[in-house]
Write a protein that binds this ligand. Structure first.
Ligand code: NDP
Length: 331
């Protein structure tokens, strides 16, 4: 598989804890890191064994990088994508891809005009468990899908309790977690909801500006209903994805996580049995591998495209709007 020379836009936790290690395991190079704060970029580079650092502008325009991984805070995703595309670099951008439909459309247009690939780093749709769940649904194993229940209420680690709870614009549980649910549900149902309703609240012990717990309900044109429980405040509940159909149900437990874990069970008239999940590769390696394959022309597109990221953000933004206004919102 193609080895990519990466420039990082954003000296972030997710890059340090997941993406840089995954890039190196795959034989990719992490060439330079760009940040809005020069001192932070330099100390981050030194802590993570990256030879060069500078501003995002300096990093994306380097000749010795092929692609830019954007993990700056969400307010910067659009500007950093535009900079990278203008410099002719492929872009793998973190979720939520953008904070508005017009920002997402600008990013897609900038990458298309530059002839570069835009992928979104949603880690769940490509995972072994989620691919099996989609295969079961598309093969008719559960019949017509009547409902999907997503349990994605987790405990935010102390080190991540910054902008996620302090920023009403770029933070909050809808953009952080419901957005991941949407990347999964959109791929599963192949459509966006017709309308969504939601209630959100602040449950944490912290002084939050943004909501940290939320439940949403979504309705689809074919009559399917989706329910999500997303939170930063829940320490001991397992995550899960349940797909309930006319002829059976898929109970996938512990699958809304960053690690390649979880089980998939199918229940139908024959009883309940576990479905084997063969692919237990690291979820971020799957995302990076898919991105490299798209750059090399081996596949047509990354695992989660820019358009997929846009659609997931659309649903998350609609859920946030519904929770803030009490209105029924169409994404
Ligand atoms: P962090 O809070 O760790 O970092 C975000 C930005 O904050 C950095 O890029 C940096 O800004 C700034 N920053 C952080 N620490 C410091 C510091 N000590 N001094 C100065 N600036 C600092 O973000 P996360 O890693 O939690 O999230 C980054 C992105 O990744 C978000 O878009 C998030 O939604 C996404 N994400 C995706 C996940 C996934 O599984 N796909 C999981 C977690 C996050 P600068 O840009 O200027 O360097």
């Amino acid at each position: 598989m193609t080895s990519i020379r990466w420039g990082l836009a954003g000296a972030s936790d997710i890059a340090a804890t997941r993406m840089i290690p995954a890039m190196r395991r795959l034989g990719h190079e992490v060439t330079a890191v760009g940040s809005g704060t020069a001192d932070w970029a330099a100390s981050y580079a030194s802590a993570n064994g990256i030879a060069a650092s500078g501003s995002v502008e300096e990093v994306v325009s380097r000749d010795d990088i092929d692609a830019v991984y954007i993990s700056s805070t969400n307010e910067h995703h659009r500007a950093h994508t535009e900079l990278a595309a203008a410099a002719g670099k492929h872009v793998l951008c973190e979720k939520p891809l953008a904070l508005s439909a017009s920002d997402a459309e600008t990013m897609l247009a900038a990458c298309a005009a530059a002839g570069v690939i835009l992928g979104t780093n949603h880690h769940l749709p490509g995972s072994g468990t989620h691919r099996i769940i989609r295969e079961l649904v598309s093969s008719g194993a559960v019949g017509r899908v009547l409902a999907v229940r997503v349990f994605h209420a987790v405990k935010l680690p102390e080190r991540l309790t910054g902008w996620r709870i302090a920023s009403r614009t770029g933070g909050g549980v809808a953009l952080d977690i419901t957005c991941h649910d949407a990347s999964v549900i959109n791929a599963l149902l192949g459509a966006l909801p017709v309308d969504v309703v939601a209630l959100a609240t602040k449950q944490g012990t912290w002084a939050a500006a943004a909501d940290d717990a939320l439940m949403s309900t979504m309705r689809y044109a074919d009559g399917a209903l989706v329910q999500t429980h997303d939170a930063f405040t829940v320490a001991y509940a397992p995550t899960a994805l349940h797909v309930i159909g006319s002829d059976g149900a898929i109970m996938a437990n512990d699958v809304m996580t960053q690690d390649p874990i979880g089980t998939v069970a199918l229940r139908d008239a024959r009883g309940e049995r576990e479905v084997e999940v063969e692919d237990r590769r690291d979820l971020y390696e799957i995302s990076l591998d898919g991105f490299a394959a798209a750059i090399a022309g081996v596949t047509e597109a990354p695992v989660v495209t820019g358009t997929d990221g846009y659609r997931a953000a659309q649903v998350a933004l609609a859920v946030r709007e519904a929770s803030e206004t009490g209105a029924r919102v169409t994404p």
